[in-house]
Design a protein around this ligand. Structure first.
Ligand code: NDP
Length: 330
């Protein structure tokens, strides 16, 4: 087996988290039961915060960054995982409390592994990654709400050209929903139209403070932005509609009112991917396997080497990346 390998490690440098490439050996890895050889990881907003140092994501240092990984089991001390098993990990504290995916090898707790669904390559699984699996959790939550049907009104996706947004757009369009995209980048309209968007809202329009109740426009919405945007989306949601909240690209506050909830019965559905139980993850991956158009997934994906991570981290935090980015490890 390989003697040493490259990993992106975050260390405390004069009181600040700083990311850098290091050579590790297997002896450096944590003492978890399953050793995985990682072929692909991905770039998410949270990875951007961690690697650029713009956010304190790691709760202990040193920490190997990367909240996603896909690869093959090479050694296992538990019967449920065997060498050769194709696996994926999303969240579960990777890059926060558990060493993550920007490394050729990682030792993982058995309960954190998900079997890669048949039909997905490791690269496709990372093209989906945490952002895409979160998009599936959002769409499933809207469908479980039970009052939103394809063909009946518009569904809004905010931060539409980003990772969660672009996968949500693809899934919703494939399911037959009419999708409106809120984006701050008019140059991405053609990209979003190709994914299935039929109308656009200017990001700035939703970022300006609005009335507690506004004209009813959306039967449902997937919000990745938070703050004033989410407050406006709630105020514009139709009677009986629902909005999922998963992100804070525009801010962590929520300066709204109870009016949409108490006068229109609008639901605000919180989405967490990090600690979601295994059954929910399996359901989301099965939904992606059934409903995500592979050609659209390829269209919204960019592939980059590990060496590009520092620059990509800066870009995703600045809102300059589009769709999903796969990181090739091996
Ligand atoms: P991306 O950076 O890929 O997408 C975010 C998008 O939001 C951007 O592409 C941009 O879209 C828009 N945006 C960026 N900055 C602003 C701003 N200041 N105001 C309004 N819109 C902005 O990130 P991800 O898709 O990976 O993640 C999106 C959000 O979801 C993040 O906040 C992330 O932390 C969160 N998240 C949460 C998860 C959970 O478990 N709850 C899991 C995964 C992600 P455009 O150019 O189209 O306007």
């Amino acid at each position: 087996m390989i003697e040493s390998f490259t990993a992106l490690v975050i260390r405390d440098v004069e009181g600040k988290p700083r990311a850098g490439f290091e050579q590790l050996t297997l002896a450096d890895l944590p003492d978890n039961d399953v050793l995985v050889e990682i072929s692909h990881s991905s770039l998410n907003y949270k990875d951007g915060l961690a690697v650029s140092g713009k956010g304190r994501i790691a709760r202990r240092l040193p920490m190997v960054a990367g909240i996603d990984l896909a690869g093959v089991v090479v050694e296992s001390r538990v019967p449920e995982w065997q060498p050769g098993d194709r696996v994926v990990v999303n969240g579960w504290g990777l890059s926060e409390t558990e060493w993550g995916g920007y490394s050729r090898f990682q030792r993982i707790k058995p309960g954190h592994l998900t079997r890669l669904p048949e039909g997905f390559s490791a690269a496709e699984a990372m093209a989906i990654g945490t952002a895409g699996y979160t998009a599936a959790l959002c769409v499933l939550a809207l469908e479980d709400w039970g009052q939103i049907a394809p063909g009946a009104g518009e569904v809004l996706v905010t931060g539409a050209a980003g990772g969660v947004g672009s996968v949500a757009v693809s899934l919703l369009a494939k399911r037959g929903y009419r999708v409106t995209a809120a984006t701050g980048r008019p140059e991405q309209h053609d990209f979003l139209r190709d994914l299935g968007v039929s109308a656009f809202v200017e990001r700035a329009e939703l970022a300006a403070p609005g009335k507690m109740l506004q004209a009813e426009r959306w039967t449902g919405a997937v919000d990745t932005v938070g703050s004033t945007t989410l407050a406006n989306v709630l105020a514009q949601t139709c009677y009986g509609g629902a909005v999922t909240a998963c992100g804070l690209a525009g801010g962590a506050d929520l300066p709204g009112s109870v009016m949409p909830h108490i006068l229109r019965g609008v639901a605000l559905l919180g989405i967490d991917s990090v600690m979601a139980p295994a059954a929910k993850r399996d359901r989301a991956w099965a939904y992606l396997a059934e409903h995500l158009d592979r050609a659209k997934l390829a269209e919204l994906t960019t592939v980059a080497p590990v060496s590009a991570l520092p620059e990509l981290a800066r870009k995703i935090v600045a809102g300059e990346t589009r769709g999903r980015t796969v990181i090739e490890i091996a």
